[in-house]
Design a protein around this ligand. Structure first.
Ligand code: CP
Ligand code: NVA
Length: 311
């Protein structure tokens, strides 16, 4: 028997699907869940619940963190991909949503266009989580913010420098900046800038665009980047390698940031492309904590979507 909250069905398709209070609740709850995990204390609040995961793109962290997280909370997981399900043989996503959501309590999807996950969600009886689309990667930003707070305290009023592609991660940072009141400096190569239509409403106190990546790093509390070529854009790989050559996060950039600045990368990383090895493997880098924290924040997220806030 699948169950859902008595209130309206909630999804996490983009960061701003939750309000500030809800995000702060999730961050607090993730801390409690992580502390219990570190003490080997069971946290089985999703006992007998089932998560279906649908991957239309590759994954290591997202798969392992959702799958391990659900088992650790006492539930079970079904893993589907495009090629091993009827999605690969043109079954409409709406029909897949209708069927899958009658059998499980929660769905996580990694796919291409945001409209595809929205179509799934609008035909789902259970909550749907975005495990990455071309447009957004909200679970990763939840983990990144949790990681920042863990190392440095509140992110409110801080400056995040985003160096590289105007991709799903960049746009999710921007949504988080508005919700949690911090600023993002964005520097992208010519031809790969943020889409003017998508940033029109963002106030200047949350977004400043820089042509020069070194300028963008000046005084930043956190410097972060991502692959130059996201999944689904592989045909552009060679041309992007040339265009992005000056958008590699180096020690020179880190030296311009605040003295206690952190470095983050959602991974997978390409040392010598978007980040120098001495940065990602250096003392300011928190990339392994960032990856681990996917587990803890997503446990809080799944619990919230299935059971509501816990006291
Ligand atoms: N950061 C992230 O989502 O990693 P995967 O692609 O390995 O899931
Ligand atoms: N922007 C990257 C993130 C990978 C986790 C991509 O979409 O491929």
């Amino acid at each position: 028997m699948t169950t859902s909250l008595p209130g309206p069905l909630r999804h996490f398709l983009q960061f701003r699907d939750f309000n500030r209070k809800e995000i702060l609740y999730l961050l607090e709850r993730a801390k409690l869940i992580k502390d219990r995990f570190k003490r080997y204390e069971p946290h089985r609040t999703l006992h007998d619940r089932t998560l279906a995961m649908v991957f239309e793109k590759a994954s290591t962290r997202t798969r392992v963190s959702f799958e391990a997280g659900m088992y650790q909370m006492g539930g079970s997981v079904i893993h589907l991909t495009t090629t091993d399900s009827q999605l690969g043989r043109s079954e409409p996503i709406e029909d897949t949503a209708r069927v899958v959501s009658r059998m499980v309590d929660l769905v996580m999807i990694r796919t291409f266009e945001q409209t595809r996950i929205e179509r799934f969600a609008s035909h789902s009886r259970v909550p749907v989580i975005n495990g990455l689309t071309n447009e957004f990667h909200p679970c990763q930003i939840l983990a990144d913010i949790f990681t920042y707070i863990e190392h440095r305290g509140t992110i409110e009023g801080r400056t995040v420098a985003w160096i590289g592609d105007a991709n799903n991660m960049a746009y999710t940072w921007l949504q988080a900046a508005e919700l949690l009141d911090f600023k993002v400096h964005v520097s992208t190569p010519p031809g790969y800038q943020l889409d003017a239509a998508r940033i029109r409403q963002i106030p200047a106190r949350h977004l400043q665009v820089f042509d020069d990546p070194f300028e963008a790093c000046k005084g930043a509390d956190l410097v972060t980047t991502d692959v130059w070529t996201s999944m689904g854009y592989e045909d552009e790989n060679e041309i992007r390698r040339k265009a992005f050559a000056n958008w590699c996060v180096t020690m020179e950039m880190m030296d311009l940031a605040a003295p206690n600045a952190l470095f983050m990368h959602c991974l997978p990383a390409h040392r010598g492309e978007e980040v120098a090895a001495d940065v990602i493997d250096g003392p300011q880098s928190v990339v392994w904590d960032e990856a681990e924290n996917r587990l803890h924040v997503q446990k809080a997220l799944m619990e919230f979507l299935v059971l509501g806030p816990q006291t």
